[in-house]
Design a protein around this ligand. Structure first.
Ligand SMILES: Nc1ncnc2c1ncn2[C@@H]1O[C@H](COP(=O)(O)OP(=O)(O)O)[C@@H](O)[C@H]1O
Ligand SMILES: [Mg+2]
Length: 209
């Protein structure tokens, strides 16, 4: 499966989810490649901060040719995650064209909900060439027991893109783990952050069936 994490808005959790979803898939024994399609190279930075053995391969490909190169670069991997770029439309378009499923992280804020408009349009355009392309929102940095956390699903319903039931809560462990180039399950294997990541993977697997 090729999962693209896309949203032209920065800071929504594309990189955080990319590394943790990749780590979660690798944890179950799959061969996983993470393609960093962001010129800023945050996933590469994450990999460089790591001291232990890598959990999966990370390559930088911040070029608008990801969709053309993915067949060769991704050869032999069970799953590929693409950490998408902010802003640059031709890079985002290429990452979308390369994916089987586009996961759009959104934070529970009206600004994020409005800004999602851009990536939804790009996905619509891509469907002209790629009819089977799937997409879904995933709510990230949800703050437990807040009205905005509950309302975000309703607000996103205005888009013709489903929202995953699984969501990711705002938790310091995501930043703490990233600082060491680690996945949340390595810091706290049985913890709630790792469980949320696993739930996203499980729902995604069902969604692409
Ligand atoms: N669920 C979360 N809980 C706490 N911090 C988070 C969470 N998701 C992302 N962050 C933090 O928010 C910032 C932006 O996230 P990042 O994954 O880099 O976004 P993007 O790749 O979309 O720009 C980072 O500092 C990251 O550690
Ligand atoms: Mg990023």
């Amino acid at each position: 499966m090729i999962i693209g994490l896309l949203n032209q808005k920065g800071g929504v959790g594309k990189t955080t989810l990319s590394v943790n979803l990749a780590a979660s898939l690798a944890r179950s024994g799959a061969r996983v490649l993470l393609i960093d399609a962001d010129p800023q190279g945050s996933s590469l930075d994450w990999a460089a901060a790591r001291e232990g053995e890598p959990l999966f391969s990370v390559v930088g490909l911040p070029r608008p040719t990801v969709h053309k190169e993915i067949g060769q670069i991704g050869y032999g991997y069970d799953h590929i995650i693409i950490d998408g770029p902010p802003r640059v439309t031709d890079l985002a378009r290429s990452a979308i064209m390369a994916a089987d499923v586009v996961l759009i992280p959104v934070q529970p804020s009206p600004y994020d909900i409005w800004a999602a408009d851009e990536v939804v349009k790009l996905i619509d355009e891509a469907r002209i060439y790629k009819t089977g392309l799937k997409s879904a929102f995933v709510v990230n940095r949800k703050i437990a027991n807040t009205a905005i956390g509950r309302d975000v699903g309703e607000a996103l319903a205005a888009y013709p893109v489903p929202v995953l039931k699984a969501s990711i809560t705002q938790r310091v462990i995501f930043a703490e783990a990233a600082a060491q180039g680690m996945a949340v399950h390595e810091v706290d294997a049985g913890g709630p952050a790792a469980a949320e990541i696993e739930a996203v993977i499980a729902e995604l697997m069902e969604f692409v069936q």
